[in-house]
Design a binder for this molecule. Structure first.
Ligand SMILES: C[S@@+](CC[C@H](N)C(=O)[O-])C[C@H]1O[C@@H](n2cnc3c(N)ncnc32)[C@H](O)[C@@H]1O
Length: 214
């Protein structure tokens, strides 16, 4: 499983970036081991530290995650929290919920976590709240459907962040996989959507940052 590298940029450059990222967090190490053993795909430390930094810069207080797995990406956001900040995790899996609760407890972050099991799109649609950041990491064929609902649920000047938007390079191939088609459609829609300012950052497997203008 490619936790650290996507091989989109030179593996040596990725190794170098990782070295310069200097992850010094024992719980993160533990989560990497858990991901390996249980074969759960995660964003990895390069994107994780980037999310942590964005949460710090924006002083985000309410973050909604679509596709939380066992809480690894959520943990990176939560590292930036203070006071009443919350990350609302969503995933189909009850096992992921239990694992996330256990990792957050270990970190002393239990007050920062709310975990709802079910379809992330439905949960977001039904949510009565607005969010500073909405993070997207669900099945890739669903990406085009998150745009309008995310727009509605973001605060003014909020951020949509989507993972895997270079899809291990398949975005530039003639690939008929539904996942690839979903990512390509999403990228194209976001590139034309005037409600957001969007950049694709070629970090690991591609991470898209979209700023909601109003
Ligand atoms: C790549 S993993 C998430 C990893 C997590 N963001 C991290 O980096 O720690 C994708 C997760 O999304 C969940 N998922 C996919 N589509 C979903 C949907 N529509 N609603 C809820 N969960 C979904 C899967 O169960 C899986 O656990």
């Amino acid at each position: 499983m490619k936790i650290f590298n996507s091989d989109l940029t030179s593996p040596l450059i990725e190794d170098y970036i990782l070295e310069m990222t200097r992850i010094e967090d024992k719980l993160v190490d533990e989560m990497h081991t858990y991901a390996e053993i249980n074969e759960v795909p995660i964003i990895g430390p390069l994107v994780g530290k980037y999310l942590y930094q964005i949460a710090l810069i924006t002083n985000a207080e309410k973050i909604f995650e679509m596709g939380s797995g066992f809480g690894y990406s959520a943990y990176w956001f939560a590292k930036a929290f203070k006071g009443k900040s919350k990350v609302i995790c969503t995933d189909f899996s009850g096992d992921h919920k239990e694992a996330a609760k256990s990792f957050f407890k270990k970190a002393g972050f239990e007050n920062y976590l709310e975990f709802v099991c079910g379809n992330s799109l439905e949960i977001l649609k039904e949510s009565g709240d607005k969010y500073d950041i909405i993070f997207i990491d669900i099945d890739k064929e669903e990406y085009p459907y998150v745009i309008d609902i995310t727009y509605d649920k973001l605060n003014k000047n909020g951020l949509m962040i989507a993972d895997n938007t270079l899809w291990y390079g398949r975005v530039i191939e003639d690939d008929e996989l539904p996942s690839t088609k979903g990512i390509k459609k999403f990228n194209n829609m976001m590139s034309l959507d005037k409600r957001f300012i969007t950049t694709i950052i070629p970090l690991r497997d591609g991470i898209t940052l979209s700023y909601k203008k109003n």
